[in-house]
Design a protein around this ligand. Structure first.
Ligand SMILES: [Zn+2]
Length: 314
């Protein structure tokens, strides 16, 4: 089901319930119908007012805030591809996580997940490279729920260019794209242009782009750092976010997929010579030095338990 933004009516529905001493059992449809004809004195909103009020107020912060967005789930049962036996992996499916960082100086989106067109579509239509894709909420809808439009996002960072991370990236072509050359070159290669998902990020080719070398301090105060972690792809990166109450957190992209890769020291064969081992050592050292948490976006244990938007971490 495509998420709708009926937030203005929620108050009206609550108002009706509160205004009636013995509210009848009202189902969703009846409640919506009742809300559409306000009888409790609330003025009927004009079309313009309705349009303006469908967007929640944009978040204002004095220190970084981190939202975790549900960008889909991959149904998958081949952990052997990651050099793990089935009995070694508690859950071989994968969550797909996007993150919004709200910093006093601007907004940064880290990854864009599975494409929004998947919402409401059956699993059998969308099995790609052995991964079944399902999605319940659009990224754009989850952002709208917290008052954020694509136009308000200053920076876009993709952990890497694989299709489960770039699904809606074209929506953010007005942002400044922070990217490593290794990944950008792959994204606009002849082979990539021929893939069915090229159109999902093609608009980034003309986006304002900052080509990164090494780690990058996005806002100049050390609270949001792009960490170069090549290996899974040539330009793969992670994101360090220093949060006032939660403490520092490293969003590791696909440096690991399963927590068991980290526990058992495994990685896909094809990554053994591409730099993943070095990048993992770099991040583990960073975690020790900073006392930081590692958030593995594809880990189902993480995905299941993490607080998701509209809640946040700060
Ligand atoms: Zn991935």
């Amino acid at each position: 089901m495509i998420r709708t933004h009926a937030r203005p009516w929620i108050g009206a529905v609550l108002g009706l319930w509160l205004a009636q001493p013995a509210p009848p059992a009202v189902g969703g449809e009846a409640a919506a119908a009742a809300a559409a004809v306000p009888t409790t004195g609330a003025p009927a909103p004009s079309d313009a007012a309705t349009a303006a009020s469908t967007l929640a107020p944009a978040p204002r912060v004095s220190s970084p805030r981190l939202y975790v967005l549900d960008c889909g789930t991959l149904v998958y049962n081949r952990p052997e591809d990651y050099n793990l036996k089935r009995e070694e992996v508690r859950d071989s499916n994968m969550g797909v996580t996007c993150y919004l960082v709200v910093h006093p100086k601007g907004l940064l989106l880290f990854d864009t997940g599975l494409n929004d067109r998947l919402v409401g579509r059956p699993l059998y239509e969308n099995v790609l490279e052995g991964y079944g894709q399902i999605k319940f909420n659009t990224l754009s809808g989850q952002l709208a729920d917290i008052g954020v439009t694509p136009a308000s996002i200053g920076y876009l960072v993709l952990s890497h260019f694989h299709w489960d991370h770039v699904g809606n990236a074209g929506d953010f072509a007005r942002s400044t794209w922070l990217v490593y050359d290794g990944d950008r070159a792959e994204m606009f290669s002849a082979a990539a242009r021929a893939t069915p998902w090229f159109g999902q990020y093609a608009a980034l080719e003309a986006a304002k782009t900052v080509r990164l070398r090494g780690d990058y301090d996005v806002f100049g105060d050390g609270t949001v750092m792009v960490i170069a972690t090549p290996g899974h792809t040539p330009g793969h990166c992670s994101l360090l976010v220093r949060l006032r109450n939660t403490g520092p957190v490293v969003l590791s992209g696909d440096l690991y997929h399963y927590a068991e890769e980290r526990e058992l020291d495994r990685m896909p064969d094809e990554e053994k010579t591409t730099g993943t081992a070095e990048s993992r050592r770099k991040v583990e050292e960073l975690l020790r030095r900073q006392g930081a948490q590692l958030w593995i976006g594809h880990s189902m244990a993480f995905f299941r338990s993490v607080r998701k938007s509209p809640a946040w971490y700060d």
